[in-house]
Design a protein around this ligand. Structure first.
Ligand code: ADP
Ligand code: UDP
Length: 240
C-alpha cells in the first residue's frame, strides 16, 4: 500500500553524477530506471514532483574555465548536458508510464517545450512530472540555483537535493574524516559556515523564499520516498 506524503509539491534535484552509476562518463540506464521508479512511487502517493537534473556526468563549464577556456561557452555546453539527462529521465519515466513533460530554460523546440511557469504549473497540477532542463538558462549559475529558482516559481513545499552524501556536514565528508553531520541546520548557518554542499546563491534563494532544503543521498535506494513519508536519512536545512 502506498504511504502518505508529508509534502504536497516538491522539487527534486538529481545530480548529474548520480546518473553515472558504475560508469566513468555518461548515463547508466539502470540508475535512470531506479530513479524513475522512485519518482513514480512519489506520484502514486499524490505528490506533485518537479525535477531538475544536473549535467556533471557529461560536462561542467568550470572544466573549460580551469583550462583557461571561455567559461560562457563551457556553461552553454553544461546546460546542454542537462538537457541530455532530462531526455534520458523523460524516457525512463515514460517507460514506467509516469506522465511527464520536459520544460527547458534553453529553447530547443524540436526536442522539448520551452519553460513557461504557467504551462509547468498546469502540468504539475494535473499530476505530471515537470522535468526542468537547462538549469536557469544562464551561465555562471548551477543546477542547484536552477532547482531553487524552480522550487520558488512553482511554490514547492521543499527542495530535495539528491546528491552523493547523506546530508550536510561540518566539512566535506569526502575530504575530512572528522566531519560531523547535521540533522538540521538553518540556511543562514550553512551560509555563515561556508558549507559547500550547495552553492551559496541556491541556499540564499531558498532562504529568501522560505523553502526548506532536504539534503540526502540519491545513491540510497528509496531514500526519496522514505523521506517523503517521514523516515529516511537526510539533513533538513530550514529556518525555525
Ligand atoms: N559541508 C558539506 N557537507 C556535505 N557535503 C559537502 C560539504 N562540503 C562539500 N561537500 C561536497 O559537496 C558535494 C555535493 O555538492 P555538488 O558537487 O554541487 O553536488 P551535486 O553534483 O550533487 O550538485 C558532496 O558530494 C560533498 O562531497
Ligand atoms: O543555470 C545553469 C545551470 C547549469 N549550468 C552549466 O551546466 C553545468 C552542469 O550543471 P551542474 O554542475 O549544476 O550539474 P551537477 O553538479 O548537478 O551534476 C554547470 O557546471 C554549468 O556549466 C549553467 O551554466 N547554468
Amino acid at each position: 500500500m502506498a504511504g502518505v506524503s508529508r509534502f504536497r509539491r516538491v522539487l527534486l534535484k538529481v545530480s548529474g553524477e548520480a546518473l553515472l552509476g558504475d560508469q566513468a562518463f555518461g548515463i547508466d540506464d539502470k540508475v535512470v530506471d531506479r530513479i524513475a521508479g522512485e519518482i513514480g512511487a512519489a506520484v502514486a502517493m499524490g505528490v506533485e514532483v518537479g525535477l531538475v537534473v544536473g549535467g556533471g556526468n557529461i560536462f561542467r563549464g568550470m572544466t573549460i574555465a580551469k583550462a583557461g577556456g571561455n567559461r560562457v561557452a563551457g556553461d552553454h555546453m553544461g546546460m546542454l548536458a542537462t538537457v541530455m539527462n532530462a531526455v534520458a529521465l523523460h524516457e525512463g519515466l515514460e517507460r514506467r508510464s509516469v506522465a511527464c513533460r520536459i520544460f527547458s530554460a534553453v529553447p530547443m523546440p524540436t526536442i522539448c517545450e520551452t519553460f513557461s511557469q504557467q504551462r509547468a504549473e498546469k502540468a504539475m497540477t494535473l499530476g505530471k512530472v515537470a522535468i526542468f532542463a537547462g538549469g536557469t538558462g544562464n551561465p555562471f549559475f548551477t543546477t542547484d540555483s536552477g532547482a531553487a529558482l524552480r522550487a520558488a516559481e512553482m511554490g514547492c513545499d521543499a527542495l530535495f537535493k539528491g546528491t552523493q552524501v547523506d546530508g550536510v556536514y561540518s566539512a566535506d565528508p569526502k575530504k575530512d574524516p572528522n566531519a560531523t553531520r547535521f540533522e538540521r541546520i538553518s540556511h543562514a548557518e550553512v551560509l555563515a559556515r561556508g558549507l559547500q554542499v550547495m552553492d551559496a546563491a541556491a541556499v540564499a534563494l531558498a532562504r529568501d523564499n522560505r523553502i526548506p532544503v532536504i539534503v540526502f543521498s540519491i545513491q540510497t535506494p528509496n531514500a526519496f520516498v522514505d523521506i517523503l513519508t517521514g523516515g529516511g536519512r537526510a539533513t533538513i536545512v530550514a529556518d525555525d
